[in-house]
Design a protein around this ligand. Sequence first.
Ligand code: G3P
Ligand code: MG
Length: 362
Amino acid sequence: MLLVQSFLFRRSARRIYGPSRPYTTGPPLAFVFDIDGVLLRGEDVFPQARRALDVLHGNNPWKSKIPFILMTNGGGVKESLRATLLSRQLGYEIRPDQYLQSHTVLRSLASDAEDPSRSKSDSHILVIGGVGDSVRDVAESYGFKNVHTSLDVLAWNPSIWPFHQLSDSELDSTRNTDFSSICVDSVFVFHDPRNWALDIQVMTDVIRSYPNSLGSYNRSVSNHGVDLHFTNPDLLWRAHYQVPRFGQGAFRQAFQAVFRAATGAEYPYIQYGKPSRLTYDYGTSMLKAQYLSQTSHPSKMFMVGDNPESDIAGANGAGWHSLLVETGVYDPSLGPPTHTPTAIVKDVEEAVYRAIEIANVK
Ligand code: G3P
Ligand code: MG
């Protein structure tokens, strides 16, 4: 019965939720939305995304806002900038405290309040990914003070990678640095690299030079003195092209394959981004901050994602409900997903209605 009633209820709600049943408490649910393949395809907004956000902004049985955040393995620019861009694209305000990207968790590494000795703010770090030095800006906004890019290294010594000449815009993004007098002790892959070959060469040089400056090569790298951080494990992601594209996870595979060929072993690394527990805990704390002022707290968390390996695996690991959409990486024609969601739905709008149904089951 409930199913039929709610189905009818849902269909009419697609336009306006009629005041059919009194709801005394606040919405018993909260949402975490993935971006690529759920809200956006490339730069295009799915029309279902705007309708789904309409429900979250009050067009729902509780006639009140349902807490939500956006959690993406994308990145490359400051949270505030991307939140502004997304607000314009989606037509609903997305505040910076509602937007979690792959490298946001690194904020806590720049200035470790609990253990300042672990703080990396004064370290010389190499940041990889994104266009020009956009990820340097992000790292500096997190509190890192000595941030270098692989383009800086190439500008310092063009023979470090003879197969690429810096374009004018790349050169403009560089900072004049004498790498013969500094030791880089951390590498952070913030976003999808634009020049895999250059970045693999410079990352390897930094790791093999430690604890000396660039250019002095250690035969063995057994000291593992350089911390290596990747922020997004996605092998594939859904962009504009009709089939998924290689992501930062594919770059990590390529780096490790070359590094193993050159040194005999892969290099240890720390992985952030969905499905890592750190990212889901960070998301939980961001959502909690939203509804702490509310009288009733959401009892059910719903992750809406298109990638079983990251979105669904992470949500299952965090004990959340997970809704897998068919508008992104996951292709139902290729068989069941590698990680089982609470439900598979057509798109983000269907996901929101399904979650309301599930949350309403007393
Ligand atoms: O580079 C971003 C991509 O890996 C996935 O982004 O929003 O689907 O987590 P998203
Ligand atoms: Mg996605």
